[in-house]
Design a protein around this ligand. Structure first.
Ligand SMILES: CC(C)(COP(=O)(O)OP(=O)(O)OC[C@H]1O[C@@H](n2cnc3c(N)ncnc32)[C@H](O)[C@@H]1OP(=O)(O)O)[C@@H](O)C(=O)NCCC(=O)NCCSC(=O)c1cc(O)c2ccccc2c1O
Length: 265
């Protein structure tokens, strides 16, 4: 199947999905998210695929989140075909990554920021290049990924650390991410994809049914965040309609610091 914003490949026992918008650090639009969801569905139905590797094109970024150049008051422009009020069906993508009964390995080759960070958080396993950078950025650009991006993140790294990640919007190195339990392994950039493939080959030696049951069982403890995310998406659409949220988006596009002072209530 041909895609515009992603590359979908199957070889040996695994599928590799590459977000292919390197000029904008692999930031996603509604169309990108739709294609990613379709690719995961293909991998799900292909019995030769035993795991999925998700990565980004180029050597700078895994994914820098929502494409801010497409964002306007209320959501993402020109993408009203999406079911979500936001113009991006991100919940469908998050759901398919969790529901596909095969391990999803994020191979993080650079920035995993904002909604791009949430994508790797949701993946079952994360292998990071030593050049990778991790962080949430919503409160700087007038956005928030509540649900898996907050609650499930806290399950992984602990409440204090998750709150730090969101309330300070700092970036963390691969070594720091490893230290806080956010990633499984760190390898030199040039070995990243080969390492992810080696993990995929190991998985292919194991019982697919046991893996499926294990994944579904792990998911149960965080299932409540799906409901939180649905509610949060509706809230986010209302927030995106405010001048406060637009100040964050505009500051990024205009390459200046945001000024949120006048929005304190
Ligand atoms: C990631 C960075 C910290 C990297 O900084 P650096 O200085 O190394 O690189 P540049 O900033 O110069 O970036 C190079 C080039 O890429 C463009 N770019 C980068 N990120 C984006 C982006 N997200 N959208 C559009 N364009 C982007 C940048 O403008 C440069 O282009 P030039 O033409 O000037 O060369 C830094 O880039 C950074 O902080 N990026 C912004 C990250 C960001 O704001 N992400 C969005 C957060 S909100 C979000 O992700 C989100 C998540 C969801 O789940 C949603 C769900 C539903 C709806 C919306 C959602 C949503 O918005």
């Amino acid at each position: 199947m041909n895609f515009d914003d992603i590359i979908y490949e199957v070889s040996e026992s695994f599928a590799t999905i590459t977000i292919n918008r390197p000029k904008v650090l692999n930031a996603f639009t509604g169309h990108t998210v739709h294609e990613l969801t379709q690719a995961f569905m293909l991998a799900w139905s292909d019995r030769s695929v035993r795991s999925v590797i998700l990565t980004g094109a180029g050597d700078k970024a895994f994914c820098a989140g929502g494409d801010q150049s497409r964002r306007e008051h209320g959501g993402y422009a020109g993408q009203r075909e999406a079911r979500s009020d936001l113009g991006i069906d991100i919940e469908a993508l998050h759901s398919v990554i969790r529901d596909i009964p095969k391990p999803v390995i994020a191979a993080v080759n650079g920035y995993a920021i904002g909604g791009g960070h949430v994508l790797h958080v949701i993946c079952d396993l994360t292998i990071a290049s030593d050049q990778a950078r991790f962080g949430q950025i919503g409160p700087k650009v007038g956005s928030v990924d509540a649900g898996f991006g907050t609650g499930y993140l806290a399950q992984l790294v602990g409440e204090k650390k998750a709150r730090e990640i969101w309330f300070l919007c700092r970036q963390y190195s691969a070594a720091e991410a490893r230290e806080m339990g956010l990633v499984n392994a760190v390898v030199p950039q040039e070995r990243l994809i080969e390492e992810a493939r080696a993990w995929a080959r190991e998985i292919a030696q194991l019982s697919p049914t046991a893996i499926k049951l294990a994944k579904q069982s792990f998911n149960m403890a965080s299932e409540k965040f799906r409901g939180v995310e649905a509610f949060a998406s509706s809230a986010l659409a209302l927030y995106y309609d405010t001048d406060e949220a637009m100040e964050g988006r505009n500051a990024f596009v205009e390459k200046r610091r945001p000024d949120f002072a006048k929005f304190v209530k």
